[in-house]
Design a binder for this molecule. Structure first.
Ligand SMILES: Cc1cc2nc3c(=O)[nH]c(=O)nc-3n(C[C@H](O)[C@H](O)[C@H](O)COP(=O)(O)OP(=O)(O)OC[C@H]3O[C@@H](n4cnc5c(N)ncnc54)[C@H](O)[C@@H]3O)c2cc1C
Length: 526
């Protein structure tokens, strides 16, 4: 962590850089409950999948006990893996997935589909109360590129393929999926589709839900094949029921996704706006003029300060920013990153048009350096969480979206709720935000919040999370723009879809998963 960043944390949240570190406990110190899967179930799973693909050793169980949310990390680092599954199974085909689900349904064992395990909303934490046990179904063995159709620009991919595996296979054919969530290195096709994920370039390439052309789901009651078609008028779209189903209906075994020709040229650059409001308005005009780049991010004043302290203290971006502020007699400003990908000619044509709109909206071009810095380090930020947790700093993110008309009030309400919850408990907070996904009618807001960790770190987090979620729902935002519902947002689903909406999802679940074994406790409120 750069000195400037440590100083900012000390100033803002009172984090003591000299305090003793709190490293995570070693693997053999983690507390695990005894496995309680009935012997007959274990034997049947081993017969169907091969004994080596049914594990109940310490390492496998701890690695599948939780996802990667702040509460997950707090619990795991302190040695609490009480939620660990009784066993982890690793099917190698859709048929083996079906066999595992049949066995678990028959014996009333809860099943958690597990992709990369990067859920930040409690999506992969096993819930086994009322069940004979819990099994995580690790899907990373479903790793075949089934087909690549260069004519139709589609590719059928098995669920367990990770971001780098997919991009490598597509690059060999001159193609890209263009889906780059910050968890790209670990997350999987199945996880993306099951959570309606959005990547950092989704403004240009589209969210995963826009890229799904077809998919296959294996449920305890049978298989649903939402076949791949460019478009159809044959009734309600089954894909839309299955995309975002978060493992509660069944296991997505493969998906056919829309791909593109790999870009020959990329151009990423920085822009500077006098205020968050000014930048947002410029982004709105740009988006509604169909002139958005593929990546468009605008940090608020606090996130800009934070980024400068972490990314480039005293560097080119900071110097340009300061010069801008001096010239305008301003104290603060906001950094934006815009990125274009495509053919060289297309990138240049789009860039010129976008630049003229951003300039008309008050933006100052900072050149390529800030954009290239951001592109190079786009997956690095999250690793900082470990460093911050070592220093006993609460750090978490949450995200929402609403219309352009309501964006300002949602921004204020969510930020204020986080600040007052954390400050009310006596820990000065630092809350920052960026806009990162643009739509014709609105945009997403992505908040990062930090505070000195209290002794009861989970209670402190729960209070802040609940305050922010209530504020989001009251201000009319969605409870999640791309992280999904999981366990952490389930209680706000009623506000999101209404009672009848919940009943419809439950009816689909009842038909596909009559024993109710699929990912209990997620998506639907209890
Ligand atoms: C550092 C970090 C950065 C992140 N950045 C982003 C981001 O930029 N954009 C974004 O959208 N999200 C992001 N996330 C959240 C997370 O990566 C996404 O939700 C991702 O889509 C999860 O993929 P996964 O393969 O890890 O799924 P998992 O975490 O394993 O599972 C997520 C959910 O989907 C279910 N599931 C998984 N696979 C299947 C399947 N094949 N069939 C049925 N259900 C399944 C699980 O049961 C669970 O409910 C980030 C997370 C981290 C830790």
């Amino acid at each position: 962590m750069p000195d400037a960043a440590a100083a900012l944390l000390r100033e803002e949240v009172g984090a003591d850089p000299g305090a003793a570190r709190r490293p995570p406990v070693a693997l053999d110190e983690v507390r695990l409950p005894d496995p309680r899967l009935p012997g007959a179930v274990r034997e049947r799973l081993a017969a169907a999948l091969g004994a080596e693909h049914v594990r109940d050793d310490r390492e496998a169980r701890v690695a599948h006990a939780a996802g990667r949310s702040y509460p997950d990390l707090v619990r795991l680092r302190s040695g609490d893996a009480s939620s660990a599954p009784d066993a982890v199974v690793m099917p190698g085909s859709a048929e083996q997935v079906g066999a595992a689900l049949a066995t678990c349904a028959e014996h009333h064992v809860a099943v958690v589909p597990f992709g990369g395990g990067t859920s930040v909303v409690g999506g992969v934490e096993p819930v086994s109360d009322g069940f004979a046990g819990a099994v995580s179904v690790d899907l990373r063995g479903l790793d075949r590129v089934v087909s690549i159709d260069r004519t139709s620009l589609t590719s059928t991919l098995e669920a367990g393929l990770s971001g780098p595996q997919i991009e490598r296979a597509l690059a060999a054919e001159g193609l890209t999926l263009g889906h780059f969530p910050q968890s790209f290195e670990y997350s999987t096709v199945g996880g993306w589709v099951a959570t309606r994920s959005a990547g950092v370039a989704s403004t240009g390439y589209g969210r995963i839900d826009e890229l799904v052309e077809g998919l296959r789901l294996i449920a305890p009651a049978g298989e649903v094949d939402a076949r791949a078609l460019p478009a159809s008028a044959a009734g309600p779209d089954l894909r839309e029921l299955l995309v975002g189903s978060e493992g509660v209906l069944g296991v997505i075994c493969d998906a056919t996704l829309r791909v593109r020709r790999a870009p020959d040229a990329k151009r990423y650059e920085g822009w500077w706006f006098g205020s968050f409001a000014e930048g947002r308005e410029a982004f709105r005009v740009m988006e509604q003029a169909d002139a958005s780049p593929d990546v468009a991010r605008l940090s608020d004043e606090d996130e800009t300060r934070f980024s400068l302290a972490f990314a480039s203290p005293g560097g080119a971006v900071e110097r340009l920013g300061r010069a801008y502020l001096r010239a305008r007699h301003r104290e603060s400003g906001c950094l934006a990153i815009v990125g274009f990908e495509g053919t060289a000619e297309d990138v240049e044509r789009r860039r010129v048009r976008t630049a003229s709109l951003l300039r008309a909206g008050g933006g100052i071009a900072l050149g390529r350096r800030p954009g290239e810095l951001w592109l190079r380090s786009r997956y690095a930020g999250p690793y900082l969480r470990d460093e911050l947790l070592d220093r006993a700093v609460l750090v978490d993110t949450l995200e929402t979206a609403t219309s352009w008309s309501d964006l300002e009030s949602l921004y204020r309400a969510t930020g204020d709720a986080l600040r007052s919850s954390l400050a009310g408990r006596g820990t000065p907070p630092f809350v920052m935000c960026h806009v990162s996904h643009l739509y014709r009618s609105g945009a997403s807001l992505y908040f990062t919040f930090m505070a000195r960790q209290e002794d009861d770190a989970l209670a402190q987090w729960r209070a802040a999370k609940a305050a922010a979620s209530e504020a989001i729902v009251t201000a009319g935002g969605t409870i999640t723009h791309h992280h999904a519902v999981g366990r952490d947002h389930a209680r706000w689903m009623r506000a999101e879809v209404g009672e009848m909406g919940l009943e419809l999802i439950r009816a689909a679940k009842q038909r596909l998963d009559p024993a109710g074994i699929m990912n209990p406790g997620k998506l639907l409120p209890s």
